[in-house]
Write a new protein. Structure first.
Length: 494
């Protein structure tokens, strides 16, 4: 068995865990922080977070595949990779991981998603994947890492809203938008090693608008909401099989997140602002009562932990404030995606292109900090990323080879993380940390091998090109993340 031994019934007295003996693989973990006592909950204090030791700054990383990687091999897990990567992140000062605490399956195999699913059918759970999630929390806690636990997903890569709608409508066909098809041409001669291509709208994919219209029916279908609430209760009341902690009473779980990037349900008549990202005010939007209802529900079950929405903030000030201005939502979130939003081109090596991305990110952080202050809440930059210098891959066999350099990504990370740190340190800011997308650790596209479930577990989720936004263990971005943590630790100690 790979289950580490761990005393049950942890108390505040057991703050310093027996780290070395509890880690079954490799040598003792590097530069670990303190373990997290079950009752050392993080709370919001003005525009800052705090725990028993004082102010908490979140040096975060996205690690959405955690529960699947940490599971046993017969369900596609890779426990030694999980432990190695957790140690790597801890050695870079990471104290927060945003992970999935949900994924949904279907009666017939569906493309583009995490497999096996945690919830294979309404109310039916894959216990081996659940044990993977237990292991994530237990091992994170030992390394002083807290979690954002994402409870659903707007997008198809974990099943998500679309799967709940399909379940509730006689397993109707989900209209998938353009997504990465790992088994499409081109393939390499060795089966399961790549590369794949995107499906094409109008050929083998639907439009994003059609997909979100389908997925957003989730907000208002009573049966879908009933199942979603049952999932929330199931997760919050889970007793961790590794350390005996109940999830809702474990301070390792800092935050329950309603969903990854829930989208407005009102179809906008126009897009506003210089980047055409902002949407007009729509007080009738179903997302707003849904946030209120779900966040109130979670707070009633888990009053010691925090709740957030998982919103990107791209829709502008009105929507940002409308979804966050509830007493049951503890802090705001933002996601900043310069390439996806048309501000940056990963194939363009010009400095103007990079400067446009940096200016956008700086303004986005400043603007969202102000929006948060106006509603009296802190804000967490919990997703952002940039591709490698992929113009260097042009003409090669794959556009996302890890051999491309990262000079643009490094400059961009320094700027956007710097903007968050400056805001945090300014005395009048609202940012509480940063969380890049996404840790790929040991993964590389060049050596990828789909497992028995068709998964490669890149930092990019299954509906996107593997290697696009990955942070690899040897990337300079990880040193930028680490310097952030050291800088803030120095700031907080003075
Ligand atoms: C686990 O991950 C490591 C590192 O990526 C890889 O070398 C190994 O083949 C993986 N094992 C399995 C069983 O997939
Ligand atoms: C549900 O779907 C099945 C298979 O597609 C179909 O035969 C059946 O008529 C559908 N039922 C309803 C109520 O739509
Ligand atoms: C992916 O590509 C393969 C090979 O072309 C094809 O058989 C399959 O239908 C595609 N999957 C989807 C979901 O489009
Ligand atoms: C990937 O798909 C795009 C869009 O259909 C197509 O233009 C391109 O040639 C494909 N790439 C390969 C290598 O087949
Ligand atoms: C989107 O849905 C509409 C209405 O069902 C349909 O006419 C259209 O073809 C769909 N778009 C795509 C790209 O499939
Ligand atoms: C949330 O909505 C459901 C109906 O979908 C209702 O039964 C429940 O009371 C609401 N909960 C809260 C906390 O508003
Ligand atoms: C936020 O809610 C408070 C009261 O709950 C209200 O006074 C304030 O106007 C709201 N702000 C926004 C921007 O909606
Ligand atoms: C690269 O980006 C710059 C600045 O946005 C633009 O002026 C130039 O035309 C772009 N070059 C190409 C080849 O797209
Ligand atoms: C920031 O806000 C200003 C003023 O509303 C606006 O002009 C600008 O486009 C915004 N920038 C970003 C990146 O959101
Ligand atoms: C916040 O502080 C910075 C300097 O630390 C200052 O430049 C900025 O104007 C202040 N903003 C507000 C809204 O007070």
């Amino acid at each position: 068995m790979l289950l580490p031994t761990w005393p049950l019934a942890l108390t505040a007295a057991a703050v310093v865990p027996p780290l070395v003996s509890a880690i079954p693989h490799g040598s003792s973990p590097p530069t670990l922080g303190r373990g997290i006592a079950a009752d050392d909950f993080v709370s919001v204090d003005g525009y800052k977070l705090k725990d028993r030791q004082g102010t908490v700054y979140l040096t975060g990383l996205n690690y959405w595949s955690c529960m699947n990687l940490a599971a046993e091999g017969h369900v596609g897990g890779n426990y030694s990779r999980f432990i190695t990567e957790l140690d790597q992140m801890a050695a870079h000062g990471v104290n927060h991981l945003r992970i999935m605490a949900s994924s949904e399956g279907a009666p017939t195999w569906q493309p583009f998603r995490m497999y096996p699913a945690l919830q294979e059918a309404p109310g039916a759970y894959n216990e081996a994947v659940f044990v993977g999630l237990d292991r994530c929390l237990a091992e994170m806690g030992k390394r002083g890492m807290r979690a954002t636990m994402t409870l659903a997903n707007e997008w198809q890569w974990s099943g998500g809203f679309g799967q709940y709608v399909s379940w509730a409508t006689n397993n109707s066909q989900i209209p998938y938008p353009s997504s990465w098809n790992l088994t499409a041409a081109p393939q390499r001669s060795e089966p399961g090693t790549g590369w794949g291509n995107y499906t094409v709208e109008g050929v083998d994919a639907d439009s994003y608008g059609n997909f979100t219209a389908y997925a957003n029916r989730f907000y208002t279908i009573p049966k879908a909401q009933e199942w979603y609430h049952a999932h929330i209760e199931k997760i919050l009341n889970r007793v961790n099989t590794v350390n005996g902690r109940v999830y809702k009473e474990d301070a390792t779980v800092m935050t329950w997140q309603l969903a990854n990037e829930p989208q407005p349900a009102v179809v906008p008549t126009e897009s506003l602002g210089p980047y055409s990202l902002e949407l007009p005010a729509a007080p009738e939007d179903a997302i707003i009562p849904w946030v209120k209802n779900t966040s109130t529900f979670i707070k009633s079950l888990a009053p010691s932990q925090l709740v957030n929405v998982g919103f990107e903030g791209k829709q502008g000030r009105w929507y940002y404030q409308a979804v966050h201005n509830f007493s049951s939502v503890d802090y705001g979130t933002t996601h900043c995606w310069v390439q996806n939003w048309g501000v940056y081109d990963m194939l363009n090596s010009s400095s103007t292109n990079l400067e446009a991305a940096k200016s956008f990110a700086t303004a986005f952080v400043a603007n969202s900090s102000e929006w948060s202050k106006e509603i009296g809440k802190p804000v967490f930059l919990e997703e952002f990323g940039m591709a490698r210098n992929n113009w260097e891959n042009e003409g090669k066999e794959y556009a996302y080879l890890s051999s491309a350099g990262t000079s643009n990504k490094d400059a961009y990370f320094t700027t956007i993380i710097g903007a968050v740190m400056d805001d945090f340190k300014s005395g009048n800011g609202t940012y509480i940390g940063s969380c890049p997308w996404a840790y790929g650790g040991l993964y590389r596209p060049e050596t990828q091998h789909a497992n028995a479930f068709g998964e490669v577990w890149a930092g990019d989720p299954p509906h996107e090109a593997p290697g696009w936004y990955d942070l690899y263990d040897t990337d300079e971005a990880m040193n930028i993340v680490h310097r952030q943590q050291q800088d803030i630790a120095g700031f907080l100690s003075t």
